[in-house]
Ligand binder design. Structure first.
Ligand SMILES: [Zn+2]
Length: 365
């Protein structure tokens, strides 16, 4: 398998430690966007649906007690289904990518990993790393919820930063100075992304027909990249006869990709001038997978649904049970379903509930 830098075209053999290849002109305060692509996967990353519906996942070196995936696809209304990713072992879709990343860490002969996140990504990394006997360094900011912090305290070392941006900068400084530690930057990590793909395969296995649209909260964008890749693979293999379009959910005021797409700015990053400091946004005013999602939209395999806090709050008022079970980001997908179905009522839609409610907090994790 080749790992390719899209900026300079350099090709490296997998496994390749992405932190060793930088393009500083594209970094935002040391944080790089995702400019990586892969060619000719190794068979170890292949996912297959067998005739009896069984899904064959990539092989792992260590079997753990955490079995990610096989989450329920719940019928919500006549033509809307919910993929409940909150039921993964540590409570979010991120668990799907962890075994692949932990295998990569073992292959790299390192015994520790660093991760930056506001919650789910760190929690997932920490708990999987423990199962693999890998030490974890978590970078978080002081504003994250108490219940997430309690989980993150299980890391071997926790680094606290003043705010969201600083946690990323501190993480990058530390990682660049500690290359003996595996760089667990989930926003660009290739084996992690390849692991996430299992969700799309399950959706196709569990639905009788191919959905028209799969609605996914944007977050760092990695889940969107992974599911699009999986749908393309299934299309190329003749398993599905069309590629479901992905509805990328952003919050109004924190929607760099839809804003940049409208303006035709096809770059690696796009930063909106005046992000609205909504309680939901923070991390979302910059998406480090901007270019990849932009290209998906150009191929008409993605489109944007921007929802505002009022729409989310209104959904919560009508569905308090959702608020109890899922985090705010997941509920943004439900607000997006309502927005989308208003004009496209006959389509088959799957909405992805990405994470459980850890606390009643409102962060993009
Ligand atoms: Zn390069």
């Amino acid at each position: 398998m080749k790992v390719i830098c899209e900026i300079c075209g350099m090709e490296m053999d997998y496994p390749y430690e992405q932190i060793n290849h930088r393009h500083r002109e594209y970094e935002l305060d040391l944080v790089p966007p995702n400019f990586w692509t892969i060619r000719d996967y190794l068979p170890e990353f292949e996912i297959k649906i067998l005739d009896d519906g069984k899904i064959i996942l990539p092989k792992v070196k260590v079997e753990t007690k955490y079995k990610a995936g096989n989450t329920p696809l719940i019928k919500y209304s006549q033509n809307v289904y919910l993929k409940d990713e909150s039921l993964n072992p540590t409570g979010s879709f991120k668990d799907r990518g962890m075994e692949m990343m932990m295998n990569a860490i073992l292959s790299s002969k390192k015994d520790s990993v660093s991760v930056v996140s506001c919650g789910s990504g760190a929690i997932s990394t920490i708990f999987y790393a423990k199962e693999y006997g890998i030490k974890s360094h978590a970078f978080v900011h002081k504003g994250i919820s108490k219940s997430s912090l309690e989980q993150i305290a299980h890391a071997d070392k926790v680094h606290y930063s003043e705010n969201f941006i600083e946690s990323y900068v501190d993480f990058m400084k530390y990682s660049l100075n500690h290359k003996d530690i595996y760089w667990g930057f989930l926003n660009t990590n290739i084996p992690y992304m390849l692991g996430l793909r299992s969700m799309a395969y399950e959706i196709i296995r569990d639905l009788e027909n191919v959905p028209d649209v799969v609605i996914i909260p944007c977050g760092s964008g990695m889940d969107i990249i992974a599911q699009n890749l999986a749908f393309r693979e299934m299309y190329n293999a003749g398993i599905i006869n069309k590629i479901p379009r992905i509805g990328v959910v952003e919050i109004v005021g924190g929607n760099p990709i839809s804003t940049g797409f409208k303006k035709g700015i096809e770059d690696y990053l796009y930063i909106i001038d005046e992000p609205i400091d909504s309680k939901t946004i923070l991390s979302n005013d910059t998406c480090f997978n901007y270019r990849k999602i932009y290209q998906m939209a150009k191929r008409n395999e993605a489109f944007f649904i921007s929802v505002c806090d009022d729409q989310i709050d209104s959904f919560i008022r009508d569905h308090p049970d959702f608020r109890a079970r899922y985090d705010y980001t997941s509920i943004s997908a439900m607000a997006a379903v309502e927005e989308y179905l208003g004009a496209n009522g006959n389509e088959t839609v799957v909405a992805v509930l990405t994470c459980k409610n850890r606390n009643g907090g409102n962060s993009y994790e």
